[in-house]
Ligand binder design. Structure first.
Ligand SMILES: [Zn+2]
Ligand SMILES: [Zn+2]
Ligand SMILES: [Zn+2]
Ligand SMILES: [Zn+2]
Length: 264
């Protein structure tokens, strides 16, 4: 009898566990779906949603407050908590947080800006900070490299950043600037021209290079002779160009009878 009763109780307990377990399982499913982690389609289709609740739980947050706009949330279902799509705002925008900006000078190739203020949070310019355009290089002629007498490469240097720029030209003329003489070399001057339109600073530039012209040799021509008795003769030569004279003595003297003497 007792044994039969115990058996009955055990059966009831088992049944109870099964039933309770089923209920718990159903509850767990509900908690999960109202937790907001599932998609809205998992909400019970039995709820005719009423998206009227303005809950500020984090799960309804669309965007936090920024400098210019308040925090934004989506409305939720007042019955089941499902998130809707209509939004509402809470509080005010944060407003910008002004901080000073120190000016930066413009460089040759980089722009600068004036003093001003900006928002330390979002970085937007609040006042001033006007852009100062890049200055561009301030090229000045520096040096030249010749390639023979046919090409010259001019180097320009920026007075600010020391950057350099090379420009070549084959526009080269030449003329004799000092004539060679019998005793002194002359000079031929080559002038390379860089047009303003090709110059880094829009200014025409000429550079020169000289070439020596060999001195000329005297162009001696016989001029006169002076005799020292009959043993020596000194011949005088004169340069046709510079009038320089040169004397050459000779004792190589021969004689012959050119006209026979007669009585008279
Ligand atoms: Zn609902
Ligand atoms: Zn801001
Ligand atoms: Zn520069
Ligand atoms: Zn001469």
């Amino acid at each position: 009898m007792i044994r039969k009763l115990l058996g009955k109780l055990a059966f009831l307990s088992l049944l109870c566990i099964i039933v309770t377990g089923t209920v718990n399982f159903a509850n767990a499913a509900n908690v999960s779906s109202s937790g907001g982690t599932s998609s809205s389609s998992s909400y019970s289709s039995r709820c005719s949603h009423s998206y009227t609740k303005k809950s500020t739980l984090v799960k309804y947050l669309v965007s936090s407050a920024t400098c210019t706009s308040p925090a934004k949330y989506v409305k939720s279902c007042s019955k089941c908590g499902a998130a809707g799509s209509e939004t509402f705002t809470v509080g005010k925008a944060l407003g910008h947080s002004s901080t000073n900006v120190n000016k930066k000078d413009a460089g040759c190739t980089t722009a600068g800006y004036k003093n001003g203020t900006k928002c330390s949070r979002c970085g937007v310019i609040l006042s001033g900070c006007q852009t100062i355009a890049a200055l561009g290089h301030n090229y000045q002629y520096s040096s030249v490299t010749w390639d023979g007498y046919t090409k010259a490469t001019l180097t320009y240097k920026c007075s600010r950043c020391k950057g350099t720029k090379d420009v070549s030209t084959t526009d080269i003329d030449n003329e004799v600037t000092t004539k060679a003489t019998c005793t002194k070399a002359g000079t031929r001057t080559y002038t390379a021209t860089l047009k303003a339109s090709k110059s880094p600073n829009n200014t025409k530039k000429t550079v020169t290079k000289t070439k020596s012209i060999s001195k000329l040799d005297h162009d001696y021509k016989y001029s006169s002779v002076s005799w020292d008795e009959y043993a020596k003769a000194t011949l005088k030569y004169k340069c046709s160009r510079c009038d320089d004279t040169k004397k050459v003595a000779t004792t190589s003297i021969s004689s012959e009878v050119t006209t026979k003497a007669t009585c008279t």
